[in-house]
Design a protein around this ligand. Structure first.
Ligand SMILES: Nc1nc2c(ncn2[C@@H]2O[C@H](COP(=O)(O)OP(=O)(O)O)[C@@H](O)[C@H]2O)c(=O)[nH]1
Ligand SMILES: [Mg+2]
Length: 437
């Protein structure tokens, strides 16, 4: 993505009220309404057809011995793509069946964010709009303590060194972290030394700096977004302490993968809690992805992964999602367990594209960040998923993750629903965080 361009494109916050932007939003709304009607029609026809040919749904072959393979037949046709599939991430990671809401401020704001990224009216989806609305609403708490205050401070006056001091406090309070905060404040200070900055330009520049911080690890990784490679085994390990949202994220990822046309399988390698496997099966059911599990209590997680890789290889699975246990990182054996899992993967599937994703609960803010370091050692972390951005007042932690751990944020979650997870998009995140409506 042309980040510079998109930042430039976002230049003017008042765009949302401009006639041009409103026109764009109106057109987009009409298109989406039409798209929705067409899809409903197509679904009706499909449902009719399915009723006729429903006698033989084909389950995956299940000849595995030690593992139970819950053959959950996908409830939805994974190929049911939207009429218009937006480019890049979204065409590969889009989900279906969404309802278009009202044509209101929220819609126009979301449309504006899409427009600012250079998307065409013909190339957006209801999902994107709805997600942006959810994200923007979800970040309200962070925005309240942080941005709303900040925007008031900016007012219509030019920025002063005092404004910067206050901005610094606000950034730190939103858990942006010392490094990221320093970087932003220093950049602003340098600009201020060169010229007078009015609040509008100050805000634009701040957005640019924030984007830059979260973009850096993404650029360093060489991958704009995390998408499984086609026709090869990708293994994504989800790690993190208890309760951060690993299992939930995995369920949502399974759904995203399937609706984007990938074949997927889930490995229930959290064998520590008895309920964990059950919870995962529920998610498997919701997403329509099979779960490889071992019913024996305290089964060896590495053995589950061993079985799952075997199953994935024999079925030409493209994405194997591995759920892991999450006792505190002070418990050494968890780290050993993860190291062992990692070794099994490297031995059994040396060609697989492996990602170790740390799941971080944004409500915990920076406290969660020290975990990153502990996990990084045992599994060679490659990215982060930030969850619970709905209801967190510490959304600024995204910047701390990027600047302190230098890890790319790959997905963000803002809700408990299956669709409340999307690939991370720095431009959208920053716009949602600093939205002033
Ligand atoms: N509000 C909200 N709750 C979430 C989100 N992700 C997960 N949760 C909830 O957090 C709790 C713990 O999630 P779980 O996936 O079991 O965490 P795990 O222990 O890391 O596997 C559950 O009640 C989830 O519904 C999110 O993005 N937003
Ligand atoms: Mg779990």
């Amino acid at each position: 993505m042309e980040q510079e361009n998109s930042i430039q494109g976002s230049n003017n916050n008042s765009l949302i009220n401009s006639d041009e932007s409103l026109d764009w939003a109106k057109q987009a709304y009409e298109k989406l309404k039409q798209q929705q009607a067409e899809k409903k029609q197509a679904d009706l026809i499909k449902a009719d057809k399915e009723q006729i040919s429903n006698s033989e749904d084909l389950p995956l072959d299940s000849k595995d011995s030690e593992t139970s393979l819950d053959n959950i037949v996908p409830g939805k046709d994974s190929n049911s793509k939207q009429t218009n599939t937006p480019e890049l991430i979204d065409s590969k990671f889009s989900s279906d069946d969404s309802e278009l809401g009202d044509f209101d401020d929220q819609f126009t704001w979301s449309a504006k964010v899409l427009e600012a990224q250079g998307k065409s009216v013909d190339n957006i989806s209801i999902d994107e709009i709805n997600w942006l609305s959810r994200l923007q609403k979800g970040l309200e708490k962070t925005r309240k303590g942080f941005v709303t205050d900040l925007l008031e401070k900016f007012g219509d006056d030019p920025l002063t060194p005092e404004t910067l001091d206050e901005l610094e406090t606000l950034l730190l309070r939103a858990d942006t972290g010392v490094d990221a905060t320093d970087q932003i404040i220093n950049a602003l200070r340098m600009r201020l030394n060169e010229e007078v900055l009015d609040s509008k330009e100050g805000l634009r520049f701040l957005k640019e700096q924030l984007c830059k911080i979260v973009e850096k690890p993404i650029k360093d990784s060489g991958k704009d977004s995390l998408i499984p490679e086609k026709n090869i085994l990708n293994i994504w390990l989800l790690v993190g302490v208890n309760g951060v949202g690993k299992t939930t994220t995995l369920g949502k990822l399974a759904k995203l993968a399937l609706s984007s046309g990938f074949t997927a399988l889930i490995a229930a390698a959290d064998t520590f809690r008895a309920a964990a496997v059950e919870q995962l099966k529920v998610w498997g059911n919701r997403s329509g992805v099979s779960v490889v599990a071992n019913e024996t209590t305290n089964a060896d997680p590495a053995a589950v992964v061993f079985d799952a890789i075997g199953a994935a290889q024999s079925r030409n699975i493209e994405l194997l999602l591995v759920d892991t246990a999450g006792r505190l990182q002070t418990k050494n054996n968890l780290m050993e367990e993860l190291t062992k899992v990692r070794k099994i993967i490297d031995r059994l599937a040396p060609e697989a594209k492996v990602e170790s994703l740390l799941v971080l609960d944004s409500t915990q803010g920076q406290n969660g960040l020290s975990q990153a370091m502990a996990f990084a050692q045992s599994v060679n972390l490659t990215g982060v998923v930030i969850t619970k951005l709905d209801g967190s007042s510490r959304g600024g932690v995204a910047f701390a993750v990027a600047s302190q751990a230098n890890l790319p944020i790959r997905f963000i979650g803002a809700g408990e629903g299956i669709k409340d997870l999307r690939p991370f998009n720095s431009f959208e995140f920053v716009e949602a965080l600093l939205a002033n409506r």
